[in-house]
Design a protein around this ligand. Structure first.
Ligand SMILES: *[C@@H]1O[C@H](CO)[C@@H](O)[C@H](O)[C@H]1NC(C)=O
Ligand SMILES: *[C@@H]1O[C@H](CO)[C@@H](O)[C@H](O)[C@H]1NC(C)=O
Ligand SMILES: *[C@@H]1O[C@H](CO)[C@@H](O)[C@H](O)[C@H]1NC(C)=O
Ligand SMILES: *[C@@H]1O[C@H](CO)[C@@H](O)[C@H](O)[C@H]1NC(C)=O
Length: 381
């Protein structure tokens, strides 16, 4: 706490407003323009050995469209009878752009895909995998009842079971090379976080904060969505939301080091390396094989996302640049003089190609000093 008295006056003047509601809307995927800015896979599932053909954008009319309510429907084909070992049409779509640290990613959905053979996810990953990391915000297989959140990285990134979260940490090592790429995983205890119960509750919101001091994921059932996520105009403040379901602090996983800027992906795989394994498929889905199950289209009536929006907010205080400032100037630098913090802030911005979240938004060198001090202050507290 004693660090407070050391913050320069110019920083104090800037802190209160910026610290409480820094996030502002940067990108919206919704309605008729939902599909703008996404690339479609256009090949069979050559990544997880699944029984899907992922359509091109030109082929997507029957499986990726906007419904009468204005929501995006992203689904598995439930019309075509398949020949043995046939591939069922589905979607794997990825944002053309990336989002760096300092972002809040919010998906509002009314329905998530579920059912035997089905393996859907809404997730983020670096262009270069696994070196740039992967974060799965929502993922499930077969008749799994609740959501799980996982991260996959190169060696050396861990979840910490001492971190407070409402989910249960079932595996703490994020290294993709350990235990067949299981990933550091939190399981949501709430039935409403996935499957038929999710839809019955009117769906809800998944929100993920990508910050240099930690990655956190919340799930809010429709009835419990915070006011600052219900209004388009609001500036969401995750510090008011209560504990996240999953939380990965930078103390046990250096987020700057393990996570590069992330693309978002929505996909629905069928069978393959996870859902289709006999030990995973059979216990809940019966005696046949997953490949046989895929032939009948009526098995996929519930294999769809209905998404009212995906919104990305920028302006989070714990950006890659803010941490670069902290690392470059050190706490001694901040105490010793603002000048070094300012120049470090400038260097930090340059280092991320001028993106500079908060520093860029506020603009002035004085603000950079204040934010640098804030970043240090938050670490000290
Ligand atoms: C998998 O499919 C994608 C998309 O068509 C293609 O770019 C990639 O080269 C394929 N990878 C392999 C290993 O075949
Ligand atoms: C984390 O702690 C919980 C509660 O004690 C326990 O059930 C769980 O197995 C632990 N997870 C790991 C990965 O150790
Ligand atoms: C979740 O659903 C399962 C199966 O319907 C049920 O057995 C279980 O009691 C439910 N759990 C909660 C917390 O409601
Ligand atoms: C496919 O599933 C949807 C519900 O997701 C349903 O409305 C539709 O009738 C199904 N199509 C066929 C051909 O059964």
């Amino acid at each position: 706490m004693r660090w407070r008295s050391l913050v320069p006056f110019s920083a104090l003047a800037l802190l209160p407003a910026a610290a409480q509601s820094a996030y502002t809307l940067e990108q919206v995927y919704a309605g008729d323009t939902f599909y703008d800015g996404w690339e479609f896979w256009g090949n069979r599932d050559n990544l997880t050995n699944g029984a899907t053909y992922y359509v091109t954008k030109g082929e997507s009319a029957g499986v990726a469209y906007t419904n009468e309510a204005g929501n995006a429907i992203i689904r598995v084909d439930n019309r075509s009878e398949l020949a043995p070992n046939g591939l069922r049409n589905s979607v794997r779509m990825t944002t053309a752009r990336t989002f760096d640290l300092g972002r809040l990613i919010v998906m509002d959905a009314l329905h998530l895909p579920y059912g035997c053979a089905t393996w859907p996810a809404f997730w983020a990953h670096a262009v270069s995998w696994p070196s740039g990391g992967e974060i799965d915000f929502f993922e499930g297989v077969n008749l799994q009842e609740t959501n799980q959140v996982a991260m996959h990285t190169v060696s050396g990134c861990y979840a910490d079971n001492a971190t407070q979260a409402t989910g249960e940490l079932t595996f703490n090592n994020c290294d993709h090379g350990v235990d067949a790429n299981r990933g550091c995983t939190f399981v949501d205890p709430r039935n409403g976080s996935y499957g038929a119960d999710f839809a019955a509750g009117g769906g809800g919101v998944y929100a993920a904060e990508l910050a240099s001091d930690g990655i956190s994921v919340w799930f809010f059932p429709r009835a419990d969505i915070p006011a600052d996520l219900r209004s388009e105009a609001a500036t969401p403040d995750p510090t008011t939301w209560g504990l996240p379901m999953a939380s990965y602090p930078s103390t046990t996983c250096n987020i700057n080091q393990y996570f590069a800027p992330q693309q978002l992906t929505i996909n629905i795989a069928l069978c393959g390396d996870w859902a289709g394994q006999p030990g995973v498929f059979s216990p809940t889905c019966g005696m046949g094989t997953c490949a046989d199950y895929v032939k009948d289209p009526s098995n996929f009536d519930n294999a769809y996302f209905e998404i009212s929006s995906i919104r990305v907010f920028s302006g989070g205080l714990n950006t890659r640049a803010a941490t670069a400032v902290a690392a470059a100037s050190g706490i001694i630098g901040a105490i010793g003089g603002q000048a070094s913090a300012v120049s470090a802030a400038e260097r930090g911005r340059t280092a991320v190609g001028g993106q500079g979240g908060v520093a860029g938004a506020v603009g002035a060198a004085a603000a950079a000093a204040g934010l640098a001090a804030l970043a240090l202050l938050q670490r000290a507290l």
